[in-house]
Design a protein around this ligand. Structure first.
Ligand code: ADP
Ligand code: MG
Length: 233
């Protein structure tokens, strides 16, 4: 790891604008997230939360402004460098799980490391232990259609963390789940954060947002309120 990535915030956005044609969705966002934070992004539907998370996750590029992730100015990286950054540093969790339907839970998780350059046997071993970690060791051979929503999301969490990313980005991870399954997923994310992962979660759930140390409030493409960061000294 370079000195730079140790010293700087995990996420650092300055004056970030995102436009789709004539439609400007983000109007100059500044946001800094330090290593070890657990932060919520909240705001009305259509306010730009997913757009913001996708820029942080390097799934999309800013129209202007600077996006730094894990100490790298992602605007300066080519697609191959971005892929490497994602594989090494980022884990994603989506509301609709995004699991491959025909593949077992184990294969879905092992595929999360396809770009890590590990032999298949090692990938499967690590995938099995990631499934254990989310309490699904006994479901490793099941395909997504044989799992409940909560179990599917726990598989998706296992896939996101199997490469031991420093930053986990979750877009409404409990949005499709009942309260109990949602709490199970949140419990796993809290444990991962306690183990050192930096986590940013978009949520509509006021109770979840209020329970997190930091809430970033987005409205009409701008950060209008930011409680925190709260980091133990
Ligand atoms: P949120 O996640 O807060 O609900 P989004 O970031 O998904 O909001 O969307 C913000 C705005 O950007 C919306 O008006 C949406 O229609 C628009 N938008 C998002 N993605 C695209 C796209 N690829 N092309 C055009 N408009 C988009
Ligand atoms: Mg969204």
């Amino acid at each position: 790891m370079t000195n730079e990535s140790v010293m700087s915030p995990v996420i650092s956005l300055a004056g970030v604008v995102k436009s789709y044609g004539d439609l400007t969705v983000l109007h100059g966002v500044d946001l800094h997230v330090e290593r070890g934070e657990l932060a919520a992004i909240v705001g009305p539907s259509g306010s730009g939360k997913s757009t913001l998370l996708n820029l942080i996750g390097t799934l999309d590029r800013a129209t202007s402004g600077t996006v730094r992730v894990a100490g790298r100015d992602v605007g300066a990286l080519n697609d191959q460098q971005l892929s490497a950054l994602r594989a090494r540093h980022l884990g994603f969790i989506f509301q609709q799980y995004h699991l491959a339907p025909g593949r077992s839970a184990l294969d879905n998780v092992a595929d999360g490391m396809l770009y890590a350059g590990l032999p298949q046997s090692e990938r499967r071993k690590r995938a099995a232990s990631a499934l254990e970690r989310v309490g699904l060791g006994h479901r490793a051979g099941h395909r997504p259609c044989e799992l409940s929503g909560g179990e599917k999301q726990r598989v998706a969490v296992a896939r996101a963390v199997v490469g031991e990313p420093d930053l986990i980005l979750a877009d409404e991870p409990t949005g499709a789940l009942d309260t109990k399954s949602g709490e199970a997923v949140m419990g796993i994310l809290r444990d991962l954060n306690a183990d050192g992962a930096t986590i940013v979660i978009i949520t509509h759930d006021q109770a979840i947002a209020a329970s997190l140390p930091r809430q970033v409030r987005v409205r009409d493409g701008q950060v209008i309120d930011d409680r925190g960061p709260v980091i133990a000294a």
